[in-house]
Design a protein around this ligand. Sequence first.
Ligand code: DP6
Length: 418
Amino acid sequence: MAGEWILTLTAQTPTNIAVIKYWGKRDESLILPVNDSISVTLDPGHLCTTTTVAVSPAFEQDRMWLNGKEISLSGDRFQSCLREIRARATDVENKEKGIKISKKDWEKLHLHISSFNNFPTAAGLASSAAGLACLVFALGKLMNVQEDHSQLSAIARQGSGSACRSLYGGFVKWIMGKEENGSDSLAVQLADEKHWDELVIIIAVVSSRQKETSSTSGMRESVETSLLLQHRAKEVVPKRILKMEEAIQNRDFASFAALACADSNQFHAVCLDTSPPIFYMNDTSHRIINCVEKWNRSEEAPQVAYTFDAGPNAVLIARNRKAASLLIQRLLYYFPPNPETDMNSYVLGDKSILKDAGIQGIDDVEALPPPPEIKDKIPAQKNRGEVSYFICTRPGRGPVVLSDESQALIDPKTGLPK
Ligand code: DP6
């Protein structure tokens, strides 16, 4: 270890959306949950975190930048992740650059970390899950940690619970575990993203002026005050987990949708059962639920599942592309954009769904007929401006290393964000 070299590594990690929710901890500092949870990983092409980690003998302290702004690494959660990953570092040799780092050197070497979300951090789209998972994954690769993704997930869990599920693509279960030290509280992959690739996911980012209670404090209050949470964790979730695993294995959309919707609704019922009550969904969220419920009930089989996390945004999972194009027509009918909004910035992600729906511009939105399930009734109310934008995506892959140096977020010469 000589000279002032800088070694970097860049990784990309997806976000995930829970279809059986994690809500409540039995251990606050180790982040151990009161029940198992199951999630779908979202396509990183549309929603992901990219993180570059750099190490150099010239760095004087650990530093981190998020979307270009320096943030503090002093929090317990960051410190747990850094400590756990450093403890597992092994020898690293980069012959091309003439760098050799031995296992014991890692304790003294400092890190620079730069992270970027390809979606608005403030939109409430599980940015901490992708962010912490990416930090742990990238550091694990840089430090030549030999542990598999499940063991890395148990480290990411200590950064943010839901982050552990972002270590895999496809369909993922976070097993709550029994051990007091949390060693068996980790994520496993139930099926990869190709297993059920007809699914299409549309996220409605709902406009909200309200500052929401953070998941961390919200779930703490629920654990302290909600009897429904105790019942849910003991009696409801264990059975639901088994049924959800079966639905995913069999690609049984009717069961998948029924379980996902019921579990989202129960999570929000637990929030209402908390004292003082927590309201994450707003009137727009409720209108979206009504739209989906009405449509599903008018069909022979459900077309769309909905799920809401700790905020008003709706995550809608359509059974296939056909259902997704009928869904986007309904969503645009009920929630047209404000005048002057360009469709290109109103529907993001996989725009081919819009094309399938025959919508090119705002005129096509204005010309949409009312959905047949409300025909002959009072014309439906339009709720212009209630949705900020939609993102069309699908189930996606797990974390990857980006070997193209042009994608690095840290300048390999200065060690600072580009
Ligand atoms: C509603 O993982 O953000 O999204 O572990 O305290 O960091 P901490 O909480 P966090 O909680 C996520 C809760 C949820 C449901 C879920 O993702 O399962």
